[in-house]
Design a protein around this ligand. Structure first.
Ligand SMILES: Nc1ncnc2c1ncn2[C@@H]1O[C@H](COP(=O)(O)OP(=O)(O)OP(=O)(O)O)[C@@H](O)[C@H]1O
Ligand SMILES: [Mg+2]
Length: 216
């Protein structure tokens, strides 16, 4: 695979290496997000600068357990941005795991293994950087209140251990307050910097490419 982002280092400190397919698999990063990069995002989008700034200070961010809360409407590129951050952390040798909130719920219910040593739940708590994708989309009908408690425990455990968490969500804080306890939002507020991701709709571009490929 072509690790496109492997250009000049954004982060001065640790040595940097290109990623392999095995890295992507170990991170649990979906194929669609392997080659995403900041290059396609116009400089006029304010969130781009915030993500670049985070990446430029990556070692410090990870050492302090500071993360990002990427929130905004559908298809604005939130998951792609989280993947960009996750890949950069991995290039610098940090342990990284990527999981959807609903996949996390499912992994707990079914006690899914990550490898011979850890369950997925344990992996999510132990890695240097976790991406929790689509917070708010976890399936409540199966697990009821339980999943909010588990998510709070995850966010709290990671924050207590100074581990960086990057979250994507369609929810703003007010909507978050309707679902999660204030105590969880409080922990998030202290260690996870909110970045509003809005202004682009990437799926429209993708749909155009598909239509052109099929119809010409
Ligand atoms: N920086 C990028 N580079 C390349 N492709 C991108 C980038 N950002 C978004 N895309 C593409 O656009 C599509 C939508 O992006 P993405 O899934 O990140 O949006 P989202 O905001 O997470 O959407 P949702 O709200 O549905 O979760 C994806 O197919 C993704 O690959
Ligand atoms: Mg997404």
């Amino acid at each position: 695979m072509n690790d496109q982002n492997n250009k000049a280092p954004l982060n001065g400190g640790r040595p940097r290496r290109p990623l392999t397919k095995d890295d992507m698999a170990r991170m649990n990063l979906g194929r669609r997000y392997w080659e995403v990069s900041l290059d396609v995002i116009p400089e006029t989008m304010p969130y781009k600068g915030e993500v670049i700034s985070y990446l430029a200070k990556l070692d410090r961010m990870i050492a302090n357990g500071w993360g990002l809360f990427l929130w905004g409407p559908n298809a604005t590129g939130k998951t792609a941005l989280a993947a960009i951050v996750a890949k950069e952390a991995k290039r610098h040798g940090y342990t990284v795991f990527f999981i959807g909130a609903s996949e996390y719920a499912d992994s707990i219910i079914r006690r899914k293994p990550f490898d011979d040593v850890e369950t997925i739940e344990e992996r999510c708590k132990s890695v240097d950087m976790l991406v929790l994708d689509d917070l708010g989309k976890e399936n409540r009908s199966e697990s009821g209140f339980f999943i909010e408690t588990e998510l709070e425990e995850l966010v709290r455990a990671r924050s207590n251990n100074c581990k960086a968490t990057v979250i994507t969500s369609n929810m703003n804080r007010t909507e978050g307050q309707e679902v999660y306890k204030e105590s969880m939002l409080d922990v998030m507020q202290a260690t996870i910097h909110p970045v509003k991701v809005a202004g682009m709709n990437f799926r429209l571009d993708e749909k155009k490419q598909l239509d052109t490929a099929l119809v010409g």
